[in-house]
Design a protein around this ligand. Structure first.
Ligand code: GLU
Length: 605
């Protein structure tokens, strides 16, 4: 049972003050008594608290924290720390993320922006090769020290735990220390993530040692241990997060970024591996921010999301406002999907033009206003798809325009990341999306520390994408790259009824939107809304869609309207919790995508 495993892990994890365990090989054959994977169940209904993540061990850890009286914030931090062990290619203390929290006592939604920031010395030409004047190839930029932003994840955990949690961070790290020390069974997804990074990981001695035992990805069914990460977590638990931002762990981060630990023998890689220039002062100067969440009204419900530097809250909010101009319920399914696709394209045009780190609160407010949505919605023709890309609007123009500017490019982000949602018996709710950007981040494991560094700075645009207009997402000193992460909380008269989020780069926005529309308008229950085949229109000529979607009669009808689709094997990996009037909670995770997620409640009913 999931819980038995985690009780055991929590019980056997060395206390935070114990000496680090000696290093052991990171991956070994299954040993007697090795931790078996807990149950992987996509849906759970009941009382007392709920957890949904992509990973059964992380869910089991969060659940056990709730069972022992911790709140939703405690559970979210403990689960996230565990994902840093079991989902290290998507999340960890080498990255950043956005934490959205509903505080039941104060009936207020708060957010933490723990996004990575660029070093102080960063310029707008950060990703321009000085030798050629041309932007670096994406792969060259990614696998480098240049792409690494100052990580914000530990600062996020500390801030959340201090402000809203009931347990010290040291105790919330303990289950993850147990998992890193004791090991977990490698599944197909873990192996696949290493396999797709074989060449990238092979460049760095530290990454190879951890993830390529004997030069190959770990076998499915073998046990993976990460004693270096256990020791890192233990050091942080014992001495505090200052070990990272002002201490020896940070020193090792700076060294790894500025002198990437190249392996003596490396597989062929067609690019130079460029160093970055993060300083100890950059790390010491890192602070989380606490922006007011975005809020928009959707058919009488309040939808809260992440403000810039994420474009998630703005784009989801704007698209919902556009959809709200007409009824979707009762429309033929293809017509409802047509409007969903058009709203996505229009919102993407706007976020590309108007959203970056530093976007003004006024711009944000206007973009998520009903007035502005009216000007955008009037562009939608029920009988014909808009030619893509569509142009952005001007949220500062006088309303009544029904016009758009000249279209410009639509940059997109990577495909990694992870999301978790928790709720507790007091009614607190957390939606937390965290990432190291690409699956595998920059590919650089900090030597002796057991975690991968992000490549989040590649979420900046390398060159301007907006034609003659300013690009709000060019690199700059201490600037945070624009994100698409969209942790979302929906409330009805001040009480949350649904919280969700997903990975998937810029498809995050449309996946959150599609699940909301499916659940709130199209009459699906939450598990059905998660399982429904996905399609993502991000203002591109051709919209990626899953095979199951392409086989529907709606896809045929939409093609007749002028939409064009291409196959994308999988879009997103949602983790959600619904809170019902009778006090029950429904935790829902993916039934199949990414190998299936894990949902659990404290008292199933
Ligand atoms: N770096 C992306 C963002 O912040 C997320 C990456 C992903 O989900 O793949 O939006």
């Amino acid at each position: 049972m999931a819980s038995a495993l985690v009780v055991a892990l929590i019980a056997t994890a060395a206390p935070a003050s114990a000496a680090p365990t000696p290093a052991a090989p990171s991956t070994v054959a299954p040993a007697a008594g090795a931790a078996a994977e807990p149950d992987r169940q996509p849906t759970a209904v009941g009382y007392g608290g709920a957890v949904s993540t992509v990973d059964p061990t992380a869910t089991a850890v969060g659940l056990e924290v709730l069972r022992r009286g911790g709140n939703a914030v405690d559970a979210a931090v403990a689960s996230a720390a565990t994902l840093g062990v079991t989902e290290p290619f998507s999340a960890g203390i080498g990255g950043g993320g956005f934490f959205l929290y509903y505080d039941a006592r104060r009936r207020a939604v708060h957010s933490i922006d723990g996004r990575e920031s660029a070093p102080a010395a960063t310029t707008a030409t950060h990703f321009i090769d000085p030798a050629t004047g041309a932007p670096y190839d994406f792969a060259e930029a990614r696998v480098s020290g240049l792409s690494v932003g100052v990580p914000g994840t530990l600062a996020t955990w500390r801030d959340a735990a201090r402000r809203w949690g009931t347990r010290p961070l040291s105790s919330l790290l303990r289950p993850a220390i147990g998992v890193a020390d004791g090991g977990f069974v490698v599944d197909a997804m873990f192996r696949a993530h290493v396999a797709e990074n074989l060449t990238e990981f092979g460049q760095f001695s530290s990454t190879r040692d951890l993830y390529l035992p004997g030069g190959a990805p770990p076998e499915v069914g073998s046990v993976h241990r990460n004693p270096d990460l256990a020791a890192t977590y233990r050091q942080i638990a014992r001495r505090g997060v200052g070990e990272f931002y002002r201490g020896p762990i940070g020193g090792d981060v700076v060294a790894a970024v500025n002198r990437p630990p190249l392996a003596a023998e490396r597989p062929h890689w067609p690019h130079l591996i460029r160093p970055g220039a993060i300083t100890a002062a950059d790390l010491a100067g890192y602070r989380v921010r606490r922006p007011a969440p975005t809020r928009s009204d959707y058919r009488g419900l309040d939808v809260y999301g992440m403000a810039p530097p994420s474009s998630g809250g703005v784009a989801v909010g704007e698209a919902l406002n556009i959809l709200e101009r007409g009824k979707l319920r009762g429309l033929p399914r293809a017509q409802a999907l047509h409007r969903y696709l058009e709203a996505g394209a229009l919102a993407f045009a706007d976020r590309n033009r108007h959203i970056g780190d530093g976007a003004s609160r006024r711009t944000v407010r206007r973009l998520v206003s009903d007035r502005y949505a009216a000007d955008r919605a009037c562009l939608i023709d029920p009988a014909r798809a808009l030619p893509k890309p569509v142009g952005p609007g001007d949220p500062n123009a006088r309303p009544g325009g029904c016009a758009s500017a000249r279209p410009a490019g639509s940059p997109t982000e990577g495909q990694s990341t992870t999301h978790l949602t928790t709720a507790d018996r007091w009614g607190n709710v957390v939606a937390y999306t965290l990432t190291i950007e690409q699956t595998g981040g920059s590919g650089i494991v900090v030597p002796g520390r057991g975690f991968l560094l992000n490549n989040e700075l590649t979420d900046f645009n390398f060159t301007g994408t907006q034609g003659d207009a300013a690009d709000p997402n060019l690199p700059g000193p201490r600037k945070r790259p624009r994100s698409s992460m969209a942790p979302t909380i929906v409330a009805d008269r001040g009480r949350p009824i649904l919280a969700l989020g997903t990975p998937g780069g810029s498809t995050i926005i449309t996946t959150v939107l599609q699940v909301l529309v499916s659940r709130l308008d199209l009459g699906m229950d939450l598990p059905a809304a998660l399982a429904a085949p996905r399609v993502t229109q991000r203002n591109t000529a051709v919209a990626p869609a899953e095979a199951e979607f392409l086989a529907t009669p709606e896809a045929t009808a939409l093609t007749a309207l002028g939409h064009r689709f291409e196959l994308r094997p999988e879009i997103g990996a949602v983790a959600a919790v619904e809170l019902w009037r009778d006090g029950r909670m429904l935790a829902a995770a993916e039934p199949a995508r990414r190998g299936g997620g894990a949902a659990a409640v404290v008292r199933p009913r």
